[in-house]
Design a binder for this molecule. Structure first.
Ligand code: CU
Length: 216
């Protein structure tokens, strides 16, 4: 009576061996973004950093290391992009359409598209306005990490942006925010009722997919 059981076990092990490598390697991908300062003079901060996004076993791990941001305050951060497949880019001073010396959030839309996914404690909540964003320390540094199930994020994204996919390689990452008491001219535009000090971009980086040979 032992032979059939062993046989079933052997089949089960065989099936696992066949299934496991395909499931773990096919969908894995890694992305990086080098964050460069924006509005550095007016923000009095040379905000820079590095973002890493890794898809593995159905999970997306996001790791964002920021240096030199305005200190002791929360910083909004998201990826932005277009809803029509167009790749997003970071702005330059050429995008200061009203020539007031600031690249405000609204002026970034032409090259970067719209605010998409917030890098908050729970990215799949898509709660841009009320999510919990990281806070820079006294040196202006912070390290944010979050892991989210790709199926949850995909579903939340498709709900917010019908017929769209995450398409990380077509997105840019933004870090925002200068101190609430920063004097900004009325020409610096923001999103609805949100103060321009909260949304002023202070760094941007284009997300790039890492070549397979550099992945581990
Ligand atoms: Cu943003």
């Amino acid at each position: 009576m032992h032979a059939p059981r062993l046989c079933a076990l052997a089949i089960a092990i065989g099936a696992l061996a066949l299934a496991a490598p395909a499931a773990s390697s096919a969908a894995d991908a890694q992305f990086t973004a080098s964050l460069h300062p924006l509005n550095a003079e007016v923000a009095h901060a040379h905000t820079r950093g590095e973002a890493k996004l890794a898809e593995h076993d159905g999970m997306l791990t996001i790791d964002i290391q920021v240096h030199g941001a305005p200190a002791n305050m929360e910083h909004w951060q998201h990826f932005h992009g277009f809803i029509d497949d167009q790749p997003a880019h970071c702005p330059t001073m050429a995008n200061d359409a009203n020539h007031d010396g600031y690249i405000d959030l609204i002026e970034t839309e032409k090259v970067s598209g719209t605010t998409m996914v917030p890098f908050i404690a729970q990215p799949a909540s898509m709660d841009v306005a009320h999510g919990h964003y990281p806070t820079a320390d006294a040196k202006g540094d912070y390290h944010y990490t979050a892991t989210v199930a790709l199926k949850d994020l995909d579903a939340a994204f498709a709900k917010a942006f019908p017929d769209q996919r995450l398409d990380l390689a077509k997105r840019v990452i933004y870090i925002h925010g200068v101190p609430a008491d920063t004097k900004l001219p009325a020409t610096v535009a923001s999103l609805g009722p949100i103060p321009a000090q909260v949304t002023l971009p202070i760094a941007c980086g284009q997300i790039e997919m890492m070549a397979a040979e550099h992945q581990h």
